[in-house]
Design a protein around this ligand. Structure first.
Ligand SMILES: *Cc1c(COP(=O)(O)O)cnc(C)c1O
Length: 406
């Protein structure tokens, strides 16, 4: 099938930023109306958020789930549950959302960036192990675009060193590593319900855990550490209010019913797109390990600048002419090149907690991150949505095919 530029321009792709690419509908309206009419909008008294937590825990096959006000809050609560000492190091990835990183600093710990696999953008047991020190207190992994990290090897490494693992599954709802859902490997795992994620409440998040003590600390942390229901409740430690409201909890409940359908549809569409892009010179579809299942938050191509003029940036510019908004470099630069890390801009002029860091922990020299720079230079992130039709896939694939030439 050959489409002209004009054909491609005719249909715009469903977007996750508005109703065209979201599954928000009558079900959400009905349940949010119930929440409103109940007159109870705080999750400390209502039941919608609690119902969502119970059902999310059941879906994931874990004992505890706590809804929170954002994915960033989820990460913050997960780190607080581990309770690092100031200056402790947490090994993480430089290719992730900033909301997965700044909570580390708020808890007084030092994010230590591991390099990534240049083919997937994910950290590996090998790249993590290169950053471990006697100050390491935990490991955080991000399943980038929903492509699972090699959790088997990463857990082996973590167990060998007695380190807890936090999984950032914000982009990885229903993804699986060797048949097992991601989010069930780590000691604590985090999800986001932000506008652009698989299911959404606008802003929101979830923390899950099977570990009683960690789940208890998560619960306390998002409730100002107030011991609700205890015989002698008190504010036990430094903590915030990170609760989800009942309005959001109600929407989350209706959205959860749709998650498995959304995930299945994304898998089907991604397979179809991969099929359509097979053999296009200089374009490498995403690499998912055999036996794993990606959640396809986005569809990240690797572009070979030897055969595609201008590489990922050139391809993105030409796709723009077709009305397709893609993102070369994904986050533009590794997190450690952002000012908060580069200039250590934190609390006043103190630079705390960076002042506690070993020099090597904050050594961001490019030669220590070959995989990171390689990945960002070649990646082109295509928008992706469960509402795509076969026609949208035809248009996307044909646009990529034609835009790969000048
Ligand atoms: C979206 C996202 C976050 C942050 O979630 P918010 O809800 O936006 O705070 C964290 N990590 C990853 C990998 C994300 O994609």
């Amino acid at each position: 099938m050959t489409l002209s530029v004009d054909d491609v321009r005719k249909v715009s792709l469903p977007s996750d930023q508005d109703a065209s690419g979201r599954t928000l509908g009558d079900e959400e309206i009905a349940v949010v109306t119930k929440a409103l009419r109940s007159g109870t909008l705080t999750s400390t008294k209502g039941h919608f958020t609690r119902d969502f937590e119970e059902r999310f825990a059941r879906l994931m096959g874990v004992r505890h789930a706590h809804a929170v006000s954002s994915g960033t809050a989820a990460i913050h609560a997960a780190i607080a549950s581990i309770d690092p000492e100031p200056g402790d190091e947490i090994v993480t990835t430089p290719i992730t959302d900033m909301g997965a990183l700044t909570p580390i600093l708020y808890q007084g710990a030092i994010p230590v960036f591991a390099d990534v696999d240049p083919k997937t953008g994910n950290v590996t047991a090998q790249t993590i192990s290169e950053r471990l020190s006697d100050r390491t207190r935990a490991i955080i992994v991000t399943h980038l675009f929903g492509n699972p990290c090699h959790m088997t090897e990463i857990l082996e490494l973590a167990e060998r060193h007695g380190l807890p693992v936090i999984e950032d599954c914000a982009q990885a709802f229903e993804a699986r590593h060797r048949g097992r859902k991601v989010g069930t490997f780590g000691d604590v795992s985090c999800f986001s319900l932000q506008q652009g994620k698989h299911i959404t409440t606008g802003e929101g998040g979830v923390v899950i855990s099977d570990k009683e003590a960690l789940a208890r600390r998560v619960y306390l942390f998002l409730n100002k550490a107030w011991g609700y229901g205890d015989p002698n409740p008190d504010h036990y430690f430094l903590a915030l209010n990170y609760r989800l409201s009942e309005l959001q909890g109600a929407v989350a409940l209706a959205q959860l019913d749709k998650l498995e359908t959304v995930a299945r549809r994304r898998r089907y569409l991604a397979d179809q797109l991969t099929h359509r892009l097979q053999g296009v010179d200089g374009i490498d579809p995403p690499r998912v390990s055999p036996g794993d299942e990606c959640s396809w938050w986005k569809y990240a191509l690797r572009v070979d600048p030897q055969s595609v003029p201008g590489g990922a940036v050139g391809l993105a510019q030409r796709l723009q002419r077709w009305g397709i908004a893609s993102a070369p470099r994904y986050i533009q630069k590794p997190a450690f090149r952002c000012r908060v890390f580069r200039d250590q801009v934190t609390f006043g002029r103190s630079r705390w907690p960076f002042t506690l860091a070993r020099p090597e922990a904050v050594d961001y020299s490019a030669e220590r991150f070959p995989g990171t720079f390689d990945y960002l230079e070649h990646v082109l992130v295509l928008p992706f949505n469960e509402r795509y039709t076969e026609t949208h896939l035809d248009q996307l694939a044909e646009a990529v095919r034609q835009a790969r030439r000048l």
